[in-house]
Design a protein around this ligand. Structure first.
Ligand code: IPE
Ligand code: IPE
Ligand code: MG
Length: 250
């Protein structure tokens, strides 16, 4: 209890240092380290995924209260199908539970959208995705993009195909293929990501938001995602605010 009090006091102080006029518009989170979190505690990997999923709700609500407009959370990559069937099944089951939990949408101002290839997901999951999108569509403060069966390279290939079809159909000319034209063929029109947070001690993108991360800032830490706190999030934002973003200029 005292520890909690101390922690929240400390966080209050950290939060007061945040410059509300210099928040990242879009924060990407690679929710990594669930398996190692569980292993350390002698638990099955699925237990780590469960705690990790709950933590996403906590961090999203906190970020939304702070004033962050867009969050993209990497939940399942196109490469994650390589995992043992048992783990993939557990992740899909958890996703279903997460989407069905109406508390996901209650009491906050978070709109939920999805990026990734839905076509190979079960009808059940796709229905719940549609429902979550529809039921939260009126929320305006923050949009949470859940990246499910998402791969940045696949997203670009998909955009290229769509553009080629338009050229073939005579709807656009090759010279019309611009940065904007490519950007608008990505899964959803989301702003470029300003800050990417990756916990768990890995220093890579793992196929996350390749196009949108052209000028992102990165924040890495050794904390496993289920242990990642509001305080860590606050620290990441503060560090971001001390970066000098030049975008190629001087
Ligand atoms: C991230 O945690 C969740 C998913 C990729 C679905 P991991 O399951 O990758 O956890 P580690 O990296 O094995 O610890
Ligand atoms: C990235 O984590 C994908 C998600 C967090 C969903 P991984 O654990 O799959 O990444 P790698 O395999 O270590 O690069
Ligand atoms: Mg991992």
């Amino acid at each position: 209890m005292i520890f909690h009090l101390f922690k929240s006091k400390k966080n209050e102080k950290l939060i007061s240092e945040i410059d509300k006029n210099n928040l990242p518009n879009h924060v990407g989170i690679i929710m990594d380290g669930n398996g190692r979190w569980a292993k350390k505690r002698g638990l099955p990997r699925s237990a780590g995924h469960r705690v990790g999923a709950a933590n996403l709700k906590t961090i999203t609500e906190f970020a939304s209260d702070m004033g962050i407009r867009y969050i993209t959370a990497y939940a399942f990559s196109t490469e994650n199908w390589k995992r043992p069937k048992e783990e993939v099944d557990a992740l899909m089951e958890l996703l279903l539970e997460y989407l069905r939990d109406k508390k996901l949408l209650e009491g906050n101002q978070v709109r939920v959208k999805f990026i990734g290839d839905r076509s190979v997901l079960t009808d059940e999951i796709r229905r719940e995705m549609d429902t979550a999108e529809e039921e939260s569509a009126h929320r305006t403060r923050t949009t949470l993009y859940l990246a499910i069966n998402y791969g940045g390279q696949q997203e670009i290939v998909n955009a290229v195909k769509n553009i080629a079809k338009k050229v073939e159909a005579g709807q656009i000319n090759i010279d019309d293929i611009s940065l904007d034209a490519v950007g608008s063929e990505l899964y959803t029109e989301i702003p470029d990501v300003d800050l990417i947070i990756r916990p768990s001690g890995e220093y890579r993108l793992s196929n996350f938001l390749l196009w949108q991360s052209a000028y992102s800032e990165f924040w890495f830490s050794n904390i496993n995602w289920p242990d990642f706190t509001k305080e860590d999030f606050t620290q990441a934002i503060l560090d971001y605010q001390n970066r000098n973003r030049r975008f190629g200029g001087v």
